[in-house]
Write a protein that binds this ligand. Structure first.
Ligand SMILES: *[C@@H]1O[C@H](CO)[C@@H](O)[C@H](O)[C@H]1NC(C)=O
Ligand SMILES: *[C@@H]1O[C@H](CO)[C@@H](O)[C@H](O)[C@H]1NC(C)=O
Ligand SMILES: *[C@@H]1O[C@H](CO)[C@@H](O)[C@H](O)[C@H]1NC(C)=O
Ligand SMILES: *[C@@H]1O[C@H](CO)[C@@H](O)[C@H](O)[C@H]1NC(C)=O
Length: 464
């Protein structure tokens, strides 16, 4: 073989091998899924807080395997190697404080729930490096994260994305990051949802520094730990306070949380705080409606003083993705507190039953226990009866609708303590709210409950 030919052949072979290797490498990177970063205490100590932000993209085409998303992805969009679709709306997920430097485990679940509900781009903001360990230092970082996000949004705008097509979903501190992005775009972003927006260092903050209704065209928030990690003031157009917004059913009390922050029990302690996220994800699944009722305070709500949505012309706002939470009145009222009761596990929905009790005047204080029964599901409430009050109203959370309640039981539970003899009840009435159909409450009249002798009544009714 002449020397020249030999070298040509070698050259061809080299090219072949090179392209083969490159081909394999390309295939490998294609199959590798991007993930959120994580950090350790040691690493953190060595480098101090370095803010590093990366973005991950999930769409219906790569629902299980995130792509890294950055400036280059935008030019790649035209070449189809990035799945970002400029003509679709974009959901931006922002996590919050990471006490232990671990990546948030719920991100994929939330992204997938969003993608099941809508065909959108889901961009995940990963700022784990800047969000870990010392809370006060993390709070110093949150505006820088927002600034970096705003650069990306500007680039997306240049490629034709509209500001109103962005919906930011921020968890805890992430809600205030989203709020500051909103401030930078003068409230022109479509929507911001805050999932238990962070409270510590934000409650007294200026609206410029925290999430507030001026940050987007529509701002909704869910509050589940407002006495601890969450914020207690309304920050959106609508603010859903679940079970009063402080302590959630099925969660241990988070009172001593700050001492425990650096210990493994942390995950358990933030149960109240993370409930907002879990309820939101459940709402995205759409298995049942989570409806909020406007009221001045939780106390008023629990006393049955707020049972309709007149300020929204009768349509009560729902947790989830529906436009403006289903509100059709314009302009949308701001900082409206909404209350609802939930159950302790998915899908979290429960029915609001208003109980009204009218008693004949008593000689002494007394206590009655009211129990609503459906199959083996029961809801009970103890009511303190005062000498000078004859009408009582209270709200109960029940797993099924009023028309499915089998029976009501009343018991004189305070007889031994208060020494009150029989209690004469003029009427006990149950109704469900909010109700579109103006149903009459179901009532039972003229009941005597004696010491140690529970009274019960079976309802004969079928859901229509
Ligand atoms: C963060 O994760 C990405 C992969 O998703 C990786 O490319 C990058 O190097 C990581 N950053 C650091 C600082 O480890
Ligand atoms: C942290 O990230 C590294 C590199 O991305 C990965 O190998 C490791 O499993 C991660 N650790 C945890 C606890 O997720
Ligand atoms: C991008 O989205 C538009 C609108 O939903 C759709 O018509 C189009 O096919 C999408 N493009 C790609 C490449 O999926
Ligand atoms: C939502 O639905 C999916 C699929 O049906 C299920 O895997 C997931 O657990 C549900 N999530 C919640 C929070 O209900």
């Amino acid at each position: 073989m002449p020397r020249k030919q030999k070298s040509v052949l070698l050259c061809v072979l080299t090219v072949c091998i090179t392209s083969l290797v490159v081909g394999v490498e390309e295939k490998q990177t294609d199959e590798e899924c991007a993930d959120l970063n994580n950090t350790t205490w040691q690493e953190y100590r060595r480098h101090r807080v370095k803010l590093q932000v990366q973005y991950l993209l999930l769409t219906r085409r790569n629902i299980d395997c995130a792509q890294v998303f950055n400036q280059e992805s935008l030019t790649e969009t035209q070449q189809q190697s990035s799945y970002f679709n400029i003509s679709r709306p974009t959901k931006v997920i922002i996590h919050g404080y990471r006490a232990l430097g671990s990546k948030p485990s719920w991100v994929k679940q939330l992204a997938q729930a969003l993608l099941r509900a809508q065909d959108v781009n889901v961009v995940v903001v990963d700022w784990v490096y800047g969000a870990s360990f010392a809370y006060n230092l993390v709070v110093e970082n949150y505006k820088d994260v927002a600034l970096q996000i705003s650069v990306l949004i500007n680039q997306l705008q240049e490629h034709g994305c509209k500001l109103e097509s962005f919906h930011f979903i921020g968890v805890s501190l992430g809600a205030h990051v989203a709020g500051f992005v909103g401030t930078l775009f003068e409230g022109k972003i479509g929507r911001i949802t805050g999932l238990d927006p962070a409270g510590p260092m934000f409650k007294g903050a200026d609206t410029y520094d925290r999430l507030d209704p001026s940050d987007a065209q529509f701002v909704d928030a869910i509050h589940t730990d407002s006495d601890y990690f969450g914020i207690s003031i309304p920050v959106g157009h609508v603010d859903f306070f679940l079970n009063g917004g402080k302590d959630q059913t099925g969660c241990a009390r988070s009172r001593f949380a700050s001492i425990l922050v650096y210990f493994p029990v942390y995950g358990y302690v933030i149960c109240d705080h993370m409930r907002a996220l879990h309820v939101y994800m459940s709402a995205l699944n759409g298995s049942c409606p989570l409806v909020g009722i406007p009221c001045y305070s939780y106390e008023d709500f629990m006393k049955g003083r707020c049972v309709d949505c007149a300020i929204y012309k009768g349509t009560c706002p729902t947790v989830g993705l529906s436009e403006n939470c289903g509100i059709t009145v314009s302009p949308i009222p701001r900082e409206q507190k909404l209350f609802l009761l939930t159950s302790s596990s998915p899908p979290f929905c429960s029915h609001h039953i208003l109980l009204q009790l009218e008693v004949s005047p008593l000689d002494k204080s007394a206590e009655v226990e009211v129990k609503l029964m459906t199959d083996n599901l029961g809801t009970e409430r103890r009511l303190r009866l005062q000498r000078d009050t004859t009408v009582y109203r209270t709200v109960l959370s029940h797993p099924v609708a009023l028309c499915e309640i089998y029976s009501i039981q009343l018991k004189n539970t305070g007889a031994r303590f208060y020494r009150q003899g029989d209690i004469h009840i003029k009427s006990v009435c149950l109704s469900e709210f909010p109700s579109l159909r103006r149903e009459e409450p179901i009532c039972v009249n003229n009941i005597n409950i004696r010491r140690g002798a529970p009274w019960s009544h079976d309802f004969v009714q079928v859901c229509g």
